[in-house]
Design a protein around this ligand. Structure first.
Ligand SMILES: [Zn+2]
Length: 119
């Protein structure tokens, strides 16, 4: 999977984290990205396994660090956010994106509101 294909799947707020992961692979000869997915609304970088234990440790630390960062970055816009447990799948959102999604959700489940008195 390449960087552009990954960005088609992952929401735009996390694209900088994807760039960061690929920048790391440019610096470390043993770091090769196998896949990028989301798990529990956090970004997961999957590296090819390294042959060397210390190299594997470095790769695991990088994955962990990026995962923790994604838990604090709005997946829609990239501002500071946190996981919103009252929306299905607990997306990580800033206040503005959260409000938009929350309103959309409420509009889809609420009866139509009108200013007419009930008949
Ligand atoms: Zn946002």
């Amino acid at each position: 999977m390449n960087k552009e294909k990954t960005k088609e799947i992952i929401k735009p707020g996390w694209h900088k984290l994807i760039d960061k992961a690929y920048a790391i692979t440019d610096m470390l000869s043993f770091a090769e990205i196998k896949d990028i997915t989301t798990n529990h609304s956090m970004l997961q970088i999957h590296f090819d396994s390294a042959l060397d234990n210390s190299q594997q440790y470095v790769l695991d630390c990088i994955s962990y660090k990026i995962e923790r960062e994604s838990a604090k970055i709005c997946e829609e816009c990239g501002l500071n956010g946190f996981r919103r447990k009252d929306i299905l799948h607990s997306p990580c959102l800033c206040t503005v994106c959260y409000t938009i999604q929350y309103n959309e959700k409420m509009e889809s489940v609420s009866p139509q509101v009108t200013n007419q008195e009930p008949q």
